[in-house]
Design a protein around this ligand. Sequence first.
Ligand code: ADP
Ligand code: MG
Length: 492
Amino acid sequence: MNMHVRPADPKKLIKGATADWEIVIGMEIHAQVTSEAKLFSGASTEFGRPPNSNVSLVDAAMPGMLPVINEECVRQAVRTGLGLKAEIHPRSVFDRKNYFYPDLPQGYQISQYKSPIVGEGEVVLDMPDGQIKVGIERLHLEQDAGKSIHDQDPRNSFVDLNRSGVALMEIVSKPDLRSSDEARAFVTKLRTILRYLGTCDGDMEKGNLRADVNVSVRKPGEPFGTRCEIKNVNSIRFIGQAIEYEARRQIGIIEDGGTIDQETRLFDPGKGETRSMRSKEEAHDYRYFPDPDLLPLDLPEGLIEELEAALPELPDEKKARFQTQYGLSAYDADVLVAEKASADFYETVAKGRDGKIVANWVINELFGRLNKEGHSIDDSPFSAAQLGSLIDLIKDGTISGKIAKDVFEIVWTEGGDPKEIVETRGLKQVTDTGAIEKAVDEIIATNPEKAEQAKGKPGMLGWFVGQVMKSTGGKANPQAVSDLLKAKLGID
Ligand code: ADP
Ligand code: MG
């Protein structure tokens, strides 16, 4: 159990003063369940409401109030488990995890300890040098806590219970990750899967997806070292930074003859450092016991099968299909399936068109532009229908690829139908040989020396093509120009 099977990759080792070190990472992801109501109460989960407006008597832990399980949250957890190719447990148990904190009015969190709803599964990562399978240890349902707000002037503390009792899925990975890149890829992939499933929106800025990052170091081949847990890291970039810092900190201590204390640490994004928060609590500190207010959770007969049958196509399957159906490279398919909305956009355009050409336009032109201007595919000023019609105009020879980029620009800023724009602005490609011939003759006539040289230097053809394209405002059909020039310059 303590020796891992995956051999250390020399490229991923960190150089210390005395040895090379391997980083070992395991993550605990808290994902807020997409659900209108909380895990054990009917209060709303809507984000951004005034403090303490989404609070039922259950969430405020009024005496005598009893929790009632929200079936939608259970279905979401099962769907997530299925998406993680995990074992679903027909019976699970809710436990009380006891601790005191002002934003936890019950004095305990209802969680699942010994019998979680979902057991072992896996997430596949496509890394530049191959695939990695990351084991999922478990997924359990639990309540979120409220939020303490501390004011400086005057010094006051407030408690907002809007989040209190909101359903979370805690997804625990095995310690299968070996670099900050892998850890970032893991969270990214997991978030993509959750979004495809519609079980968590993955919004890290709103705190709807938070990662606890466990880091240890070891010399390759040795047993796992003592880990530190970095709590509540809330961006993918910070996850990478926290791991890099923490691994080097631990290596420094060990190389100086010290030992690592198992502790809980916090990442400070301003300083790029982790610092100690508390020594690691043990499970027995929480006095877990089955919640006497709740019966064991028995999934209704047939529920797992029903949810499995209704599962959407997930990113790995979609990627494989895009590669075979549209002939895309693994890289292009990866980019397109990263978000379901992008994949859907692509497929709408690709229907009945050349999949590779469409991928090229979507990835290079459209995504490039969306990123640059901070748009997402959902609020793209360029619709799938417009892009499709633009690509058709290139395909049937109405416009050249170069003019198409100009049309793209016009549609992006002004909107409109590409076909009409080409029509009304006279952007049609000139395929009329008479007109092209005139332009070719002019260029040859004004550059007699170059024309003479070109006979022995076919490489100069490109220069001539460029000149003709320029003089025709890019509208000449480049193939026709090239053919004519070859004939007239005597290049074969
Ligand atoms: P606990 O419940 O005490 O937090 P777990 O055994 O459930 O401990 O592990 C919690 C997380 O820590 C898991 O994601 C696991 O992969 C990770 N982990 C366990 N051992 C190590 C280690 N030596 N180095 C890095 N991560 C580890
Ligand atoms: Mg833990």
